[in-house]
Ligand binder design. Structure first.
Ligand code: FES
Length: 568
């Protein structure tokens, strides 16, 4: 068979293809399918429901709706489990396992007989992992998002994970809430199925999936518990059957142009810093490089249009009610490549031309009257970060943007935990807090630890923000003047490893620079004395991870999974 379809694809190898197909059909018959069903195009459903993933707890219902759509369009839906990554249930951090999930998704799409696949994910790392895997497998694919949680009323205000989680925790640390009060708030932050309710990493990646063209138009922001989410699932199942016939592949959808569109949207929504890493990794799977210099150019010409936490005031469900990602895309139209194909089979331009014009201006501002004049993210370079670093300026305090400060250094996460609240810690409000050894190869796998807490003794005096610098990541729901993803990281001997308490560091957001003010002779002495902080793991996935993970500017993908080797 020159172009096998359905169950005849990718036969198990017994040395006799006819026997393999005969055997596969007979075993599939044992699942109760009729011959007519077994002859249909097969749509795989990569599903990531798990008892360890609260964000995906509605997936059984969602997957039923996908199957309904596949059957209605003449396909055979077959779901299969993959690894799930529940953000708060994984140690040392979900980031360590994103690439493992991407490998799982890629290999199971390739190894099993499917003509198309619906990727059902939502929590932070699951959507990037699914898009990375699907891009590499390059079988027609539709991304179906979990959808955001609903914020809920509590004592007269709306609460939603997880910007509010951090706000209340900071208040508790500063002595503004009792243990009983914080316990009561804990029970009211995340109250429905779905992903974090603000423009955190999950919502950012959902918006990026729709902008790339990998999710159906209008589906990114639909709340998880809204009936429209089920209709989106049904439509995704239907569309997967159409994609199987059209053979429209991820590599035709994820292109240099659609990646640039996704970067525009990331900036315009004040999206998560994590999304830079994930989008770089996804694009890397189809050989599209993302440069941080290009990010800066685009950031200067892309205003923040969306008023959502943590940058603004609203929640993701408000964005849905305000017109969704489509409303943002329509505003950005003059800046977008409109000829990009989407999984709907139409171009982005055709999609936007056909959409109704409703938009709630309290949530999505017009291009000529934006929420903030410049994009949410900037890359910084300099002697402290030759490979780059990221600052989310839309969620930072501009009063701290042009500063020189004294470094107060923590050598590791354990050191940070042991000393940050010590009454005798030598720290002042205008110092720069520096965390070392929290990058991809640190042994902690680049956790979301870049949001260093304000030392308790300063927090109690009312200090709410300080310049904080690390090679770690930060939750997309966090805020503050926080320099992240410093590269090369400390654990491989990058300049960050050489910083000592008392050194001066100069930050200039205007100049896009971050420099360590220490003379070269002294740095050479420190470099000669530097030793790697942890012995490398000797077995299992941890060993593979440590051997293969790339630095942040290459998306923290594994070197052998990118389509092209990184040039740096
Ligand atoms: Fe799953 Fe935030 S914990 S998206």
């Amino acid at each position: 068979m020159s172009d096998p379809r359905g169950l005849a694809r990718g036969l198990t190898n017994y040395g006799d293809a006819d026997f393999s197909l005969y055997l596969r059909r007979s075993f599939a018959t044992s699942m109760g399918y009729s011959r007519e069903m077994l002859a249909r195009p097969v749509v795989g459903i990569a599903q990531s429901a798990s008892g360890f993933n609260n964000c995906h707890r509605h997936f059984p219902e969602l997957i039923d709706a996908v199957k309904r759509g596949v059957v209605a369009a003449g396909g055979l839906p077959l779901d299969f489990p993959t690894i799930s990554l529940g953000e708060v249930f994984l140690s040392p951090t979900s980031m360590m396992f994103r690439n493992l999930m991407a490998i799982d998704v890629e290999e199971m799409i390739r190894a099993q007989p499917m003509d198309a696949v619906v990727l059902v994910g939502g929590c932070d790392k699951t959507v990037p992992a699914q898009l990375m895997g699907a891009a590499s497998a390059d079988v027609p694919a539709v991304q179906l998002l979990a959808g955001p949680m609903m914020p809920m009323a509590y004592h007269g205000e709306r609460l939603g994970a997880c910007t509010d989680c951090r706000r209340f925790w900071a208040k508790y640390r500063a002595g503004g809430l009792s243990a009983t009060e914080i316990q009561e708030i804990e029970g009211n932050l995340a109250t429905t199925a779905g992903t974090c309710a603000v423009m955190g990493t999950a919502s950012t990646m959902a918006s990026i999936a729709e902008t790339l063209g990998m999710a159906l138009p209008g589906t990114a922001a639909i709340p998880a518990v809204h009936a429209d989410r089920l209709r989106a699932a049904e439509a995704s199942g239907r569309q997967a059957v159409a994609l199987a016939a059209a053979k429209l592949r991820p590599s035709q959808i994820i292109t240099a142009k659609s990646v640039e569109n996704a970067l525009r949207v990331l900036l315009a929504i004040g999206g998560s810093t994590n999304a830079i890493i994930h989008l770089t990794a996804i694009a890397g799977r189809v050989g599209v490089p993302i440069s941080l210099e290009r990010l800066n150019e685009m950031s200067d010409s892309t205003p923040v249009l969306v008023d959502l936490k943590p940058t603004g005031q609203h929640y993701m469900s408000d964005l849905h009610a305000a017109g969704g990602v489509g409303a943002v895309l329509r505003e950005l139209k003059p800046l977008l490549h409109l000829d990009c194909l989407t999984v709907s089979g139409e171009t982005l331009g055709a999609r936007l031309a056909a959409e109704p014009g409703w938009v709630d201006r309290a949530v999505v501002r017009p291009l000529d009257d934006p929420y903030q004049k410049q994009g949410g993210l900037v890359a910084l370079f300099g002697s402290l970060a030759p490979g780059g670093a990221i600052l989310k300026r839309s969620a930072a305090d501009p009063a701290l943007f042009e500063r020189e400060g004294r470094a107060v250094v923590f050598a590791s996460l354990d050191d940070l935990a042991a000393r940050i609240d010590a009454p005798d810690l030598d720290v002042k409000p205008d110092d720069f807090l520096v965390l070392q050894n929290a990058g991809p190869k640190s042994g902690y796998a680049m956790p979301e630890a870049g949001y260093l807490p304000i030392p308790a003794k300063l927090a109690r005096t009312g200090v709410k923000d300080m310049v904080r610098i690390s090679d770690a990541r930060m939750s997309g729901t966090a805020y503050g003047t926080i320099v992240l993803h410093v590269s090369p990281e400390a654990a491989v001997g990058g300049p960050l490893a050489l910083v000592k308490t008392g050194d001066r560091i100069r930050l200039s957001v205007a100049q896009r620079s971050i420099n360590l003010i220490v003379d070269e002779a002294e740095l050479s002495r420190r470099r000669a004395a530097w030793r790697a902080p942890t012995p490398p793991p000797t077995r299992g996935y941890a060993k593979l991870y440590m051997q293969s993970v790339l630095q942040a500017e290459h998306g923290c993908d594994f070197d052998f999974l990118r389509k092209q080797e990184p040039t740096a």
